[in-house]
Design a protein around this ligand. Structure first.
Ligand SMILES: *Cc1c(COP(=O)(O)O)cnc(C)c1O
Length: 430
């Protein structure tokens, strides 16, 4: 096994060397529901968590396991849990700590799907989400009470692309014993939220990690760096005897295996009861994407900077949103959290408004008009009528979506072809 802290090497080697029986270098696709036990004692030990091993693919699968180890290594965490989608990863990351009557504090700058989950669905489960503006980190502290189980935010949230002050907020949370969960979907490799003090990282692997638009997936990584016992009253799901597991107390039960109480509980309780595993085939396809992720991120970022400066000097464009063009505190935050690039998401507003925005999108020839982001191909969308259409006008404004805003996810094509397509579409919209 190769031991490295460099993302380029981790992406190719972490969690796998070769198949011990066949020598296969590529990770095999273990397309099976179940795994044969050696004998009844082995079966009993697996079910009793006395020994870790494969039982049933809803809970664990060897192909999925390699992806979990690799993303955990990339993020510098202790263990990962792959899920069927990024939405499942967000849901599990929060519900692993919350019971009805509890609350969490979240940044207002969120993916539209996360906003709906937090504002409506979790509320109907009895979990309140308190939204605060991340402009002032202290807002998180002010919204926190005894029933607050975690704080939640995105590293590089679109459309505003204001980079979240991870180190500042994580440090405030650690002072009062509240963990920070970071959605690092838009900044893999560029940002290491765990090293900045976050306790948990989640990803929609559908986006940059998969990178080729083939597979929906999610991942939660346990940083292993948060003391769930020091403030046991705040984390009943991890510190109370669990009736569904013979009274196991998760912070105690898995101590010999390392600081993995959070992620083990998520696997053996939430994945067992709520389902939503990642399929082995999707784990395989996501691994193929992950292997070239560090290389792709370099090109994504280099192309995006060039697009940002092209649009900023174009006469038809009213404003461009990209961290490379920001100033003051927002630029400082971007530079503090992101290393090696400012990401490949970018937004802009046409001077001629919403109608011109629609014309622009329809005139694109190479860019795909899709709801996805993070694909190797360049993508474009009009958020107000699509990704953010389920938000009301007030919520849209709060999340930074104005009627004429166009979002781009810059791919890894040759920069000349990207700029040529944008240029002809801008002319067509004029
Ligand atoms: C896409 C996305 C999600 C949801 O992931 P799915 O894989 O689509 O379920 C969550 N957060 C962010 C930032 C995303 O871009």
């Amino acid at each position: 096994m190769v031991d490295s802290t460099n993302p380029e090497t981790i992406a190719l080697h972490a969690g796998w060397r070769a198949d011990p029986t066949t020598g296969s270098v590529a990770v095999p696709i273990h397309q099976t529901t179940s795994f044969q036990f050696q004998d009844t004692g082995h079966a009993a030990r697996l079910f009793g968590l006395a020994e870790m091993g494969n039982i049933y693919t809803r809970i664990m699968n060897p192909t999925v396991d390699v992806l979990e180890k690799r993303v955990a290594a990339l993020e510098g965490g202790v263990a990962g849990l792959a899920l069927g989608s990024g939405q499942a990863a967000t849901t599990f990351s929060v519900l692993n700590l919350c019971e009805a009557g509890d609350n969490i504090v979240s940044s207002t700058d969120l993916y539209g799907g996360t906003w709906n989950l937090f504002a409506n669905t979790l509320k109907s489960f009895g979990v309140e989400v308190r939204f605060v503006d991340p402009a002032d980190p202290q807002n998180f502290v002010n919204a926190t009470d005894d029933r607050t189980r975690c704080w939640y935010a995105e590293t590089l949230p679109n459309p505003k692309l204001r980079v979240f002050p991870i180190a500042e907020v994580a440090a405030l949370g650690r002072k009062i014993g509240v963990p920070l969960i970071m959605d690092n979907t838009a900044a893999p490799v560029l940002c290491k939220p765990l090293a900045l003090g976050a306790a948990v990282v989640m990803h929609s692997t559908t986006k940059w990690i998969g990178g080729h638009g083939t597979s929906i997936g999610g991942m939660v990584v346990d940083g292993g760096n948060f003391d769930w016992e020091a403030n046991a009253a705040r984390f009943p799901t991890l510190n109370k005897p669990d009736a569904s597991y013979h009274g196991a107390v998760w912070t105690q039960a898995v101590k010999p295996l390392g600081p993995i109480a959070y992620i083990i509980r998520m696997r053996v309780i939430l994945l067992r009861d709520l389902g939503a595993p990642m399929a082995p085939m999707n784990a395989f396809l996501t691994l193929q994407g992950l292997e070239t992720l560090p290389l792709r991120m370099e090109r994504h970022c280099a192309n995006a900077i060039k697009v940002a400066s092209f649009l900023a000097s174009h006469p038809a464009v009213a404003s461009v949103t990209h961290p490379s063009l920001m100033t003051g505190e927002n630029k400082r935050r971007a530079d503090a959290a992101l290393k090696g690039g400012y990401g490949s998401l970018l937004g802009f507003e046409l001077k001629a408004g919403a109608e011109a925005g629609k014309k622009f999108i329809e005139a694109l020839k190479m860019f795909y008009h899709v709801a996805n982001i993070g694909d190797a191909r360049s993508l474009a969308i009009h958020p107000a009528t699509t990704t953010h259409s389920q938000l009301n006008a007030e919520e849209q404004a709060a999340s930074g979506v104005s009627p004429g805003y166009v979002r781009l996810s810059i791919g890894i094509e040759h920069i000349d072809d990207i700029l040529a397509d944008l240029s002809q579409a801008l002319d067509a919209a004029a």
